[in-house]
Design a protein around this ligand. Structure first.
Ligand code: ADP
Ligand code: MG
Length: 436
């Protein structure tokens, strides 16, 4: 019997149609094998949840197919259960009744059914809470109900979509440990787990295999084996090294990722853009400046997980900021640390005008889209937003093209590189000197 339980084969997914059509997943292939936990990382919007829904049969892919044990799957797969980030409990039902919902389309004698529900409630640590209502439970206990509802169907494959991210850190750690122990000690009949997370350390701790997705459009950038179980603890050197490596990969979304086994500390940026435009991270200059100031105040170099804790920021929010300062040559990533370049340090120490000058010089030399606007303004008095959007659409969906333009407008305005007339939808030179 093949070890592959479920397999996405060259799955492509579009949402919307006509002008609004966006390409969310492109040619994604992923197989889920028996006895493995797969952890999927990727920026938000890279299609992780969409991929889960397609693989669970809740959504039909625009192209490609999903095979369950070798057979093309159509419709919802009864052997897959999903735990969502938000607990999705019904407030008017008790814990018992909420868990029972997982079984609604099963026909079996009531006694068996009751036994199964009680078992699922027990195994996930909710014993004694059968008659409680969700509002009487803490967040962690509610998510346990979510797990029990998924486990009660004894799914062959368990999907989890950021199951711990709505919980506080300690509760999440605790629940994670318990779940891993149920899995490793085969207390649940589940044969494979596919988990989406935005927490890199969580992926390293839990993943027998680690997938990193990229976005615009969603693709699989990395599909690599996780660490041997004995190296998964947070303080193990290999854990730290792999976390650092993955931070490097995720903060350099446009570079081909080097293999972890090549003894390099992290991904080295190739700097050769493979497309006409960079993908601008959608962050405000004020937030970038805040990050640079914080880095400077912390000695110009900080371990990224520590940075996240210091700033109370999730990776999802931190990564775009790091990408932005990297793109602008103000900071970079090395061995899991974020650090300021000499120019970044100069920026941190400068006054408002000095900062504007540095930012403006970097933006107009590095950012392709801003360069294009300025080159256009050398040749003609104004550059139309629509024309730029059309040219961006070769690289981005319409939606993303518009967001790219909005970001370029915000950055360019801050740097006083150009003015933008919202009503007319056109760029003008701010002052004749600005483009020099
Ligand atoms: P992730 O889980 O990685 O954050 P999602 O799969 O939720 O990504 O979404 C990927 C992209 O598809 C996003 O740009 C999102 O806005 C878009 N999207 C998701 N669901 C729908 C939908 N039902 N209709 C239109 N667009 C959608
Ligand atoms: Mg999602």
């Amino acid at each position: 019997m093949s070890d592959i339980l479920l397999e996405a084969h060259q799955v492509t997914q579009y949402y919307g149609d006509g002008k609004d059509k966006i390409l969310v997943l492109q040619d994604v292939s992923l197989d889920i094998r028996r006895d493995e936990v797969i952890a999927i990382l990727g920026p938000s919007g890279s299609g992780k949840s969409t991929l889960l829904r397609i693989m669970a049969g809740l959504l039909n892919a625009s192209q490609g197919e999903v095979r369950f044990q070798g057979q093309v799957q159509c419709g919802c797969n009864p052997h897959v259960a999903i735990v969502f980030q938000t607990f999705a409990l019904f407030p008017w039902l008790t814990v018992y009744q909420n868990v029972e919902l997982g079984l609604l389309n099963k026909t079996e004698p009531p006694a068996d059914r009751r036994r199964r529900i009680i078992e699922a409630i027990d195994v996930i640590g909710l014993d004694g809470f059968e008659e409680a209502y969700p509002k009487e439970l803490s967040g962690g206990m509610r998510q346990r109900v979510g797990f029990a509802r998924a486990l009660v169907v004894e799914p062959m494959i368990l999907f989890m979509d950021e199951p711990f991210s709505a919980l506080d850190v300690l509760t999440a750690e605790n629940l994670k440990k318990e779940l891993l122990s149920l899995w490793r000690n085969k207390k649940i009949p589940t044969q494979a787990i596919l988990m989406v997370t935005h927490n890199i350390a969580e992926a390293v701790t839990m993943g027998d295999r680690i997938i990193v997705m990229g976005h615009n459009p969603g693709v699989v950038r990395i599909d690599m084996p996780g660490l041997p179980v004995e190296q998964r603890e947070k303080d193990h050197a290999e854990h730290v090294r792999l976390v650092d490596y993955l931070y490097g990969v995720m903060t350099h979304p446009q570079d081909a990722a080097l293999a972890f086994t090549s003894q390099l500390p992290a991904v080295r940026p190739s700097r050769a853009p493979s497309r006409a435009y960079q993908v601008l991270p959608h962050v405000a200059v004020g937030a970038m400046t805040g990050l640079i100031e914080h880095l400077h105040a912390s000695g110009d170099r900080v371990d990224i997980p520590v940075l996240g804790e210091d700033l109370h920021m999730e990776v999802d929010d931190l990564l775009p900021l790091l990408q932005a300062i990297d793109m602008l040559g103000l900071g970079d990533i090395e061995s899991g640390d974020a650090y300021l370049t000499p120019l970044g340090i100069e920026y941190a120490g400068a006054d408002i005008q000095g900062r504007k000058q540095i930012f403006s010089r970097q933006a107009r030399t590095i950012i392709q889209l801003i360069r294009q606007i300025l080159t256009g303004l050398e040749a003609q008095r104004k550059v139309r937003w629509d024309d730029l959007r059309d040219s961006l659409e070769g690289c981005f969906s319409q939606n993303e093209a518009e967001r790219q333009l909005d970001t370029a407008i915000a950055w360019g305005r801050y740097a006083e590189l150009f003015a933008y007339d919202d009503e007319e939808g056109a760029f003008y030179l701010e002052t004749p000197e600005a483009a020099i």
